[in-house]
Structures are given as C-alpha cells and as structure tokens.
Design a protein. Structure first.
Length: 151
C-alpha cells in the first residue's frame, strides 16, 4: 500500500483540515487523502503484499469459502464481525485491525464495550480466533460472526 494516503497520520490530516481556510482549499491541497480504497481491493492487495492466497486467509478467518471469495471479488460487503474475522485470518495487530474496520466503514473496536475489549485483548496478545470465541462464550457475550458454539 504505497498510496500517499497511508503516508500521513490522521493527526496530521486533522491539523491540515483545521488550518484550511475553506473546505475547497483543504480538498484541493489534499486530493486523494480523504478517500479510502475499496474493501475488496484492500484485502486483495494485502494478500499480494503478504504472499498469501485469499483462500488461506478465508479459512483461517472461519468464513464460508464462497462468501469469503465474494468479499475478495467485491461482490459482497462485510459485516463488522466479518471484518474482525478477516483481521484474525490475516494475523493483524490492533492498528491494522482498526484500519481494516475503517476501510470497511465499520465501527472501530472500543475498550468501553466489553465484547470489543475482549477482542482487543485477544488481538494484542496473539490469541487465536477459536480461543477468542471461547473467551467471549465464557463471558456470555455474542461470538464473532454469529457462530453459535465453539466447543
């Protein structure tokens, strides 16, 4: 992802917005910085950069294969939980997961939400998706992706 939009922090972009004398000036000087790539393009490019096959990521994400391939082809848009599953499938850290959620136009993980806090803890500690599901189940919280049982 060598696009210039990834070379500027959100903080820097906020500063540019606050300093601009008009919205037109801001967009004129920052063309392309306020656009997110298509989700399917982003995850496909991630696979390419990481030397991964979409099928492997889909399998590790515990997503139905045909649905997963439709996500990669852009025929389907993911739910927030599906994005989180893909983050586990890619082995993403928290920053990468939040970026993936942003690109999917989904709510970011938030530590004040108990379910999100567990997911964040598991991501930060390298805990597998299966063990994350068990932790959610043990805390009587909804599982990621609507899976009913993990045992």
């Amino acid at each position: 992802m060598n696009d210039k939009s990834y070379n500027i922090s959100t903080r820097e972009l906020w500063a540019k917005l606050f300093k601009a004398s008009s919205v037109s000036q801001f967009f004129g000087e920052n063309d392309g910085l306020c656009e997110l790539p298509a989700f399917s393009d982003y995850i496909s490019e991630l696979c390419r950069l990481r030397g991964e096959k979409p099928g492997s990521v889909i399998k590790r994400s515990q997503i139905d294969s045909s649905y997963g391939h439709r996500l990669f082809s852009g025929l389907r848009n993911p739910s927030r939980d599906t994005v989180i599953q893909l983050a586990f499938g890619f082995g993403m850290d928290l920053e990468e997961t939040q970026q993936l959620l942003k690109i999917a136009h989904a709510a970011l993980l938030h530590p004040k939400v108990k379910r999100d806090a567990i997911i964040v803890f598991c991501i930060c500690h390298g805990i597998s998706l299966m063990d994350t599901q068990l932790t959610l189940e043990n805390n009587s919280l909804p599982l990621i992706g609507g899976i009913k049982h993990v045992r």
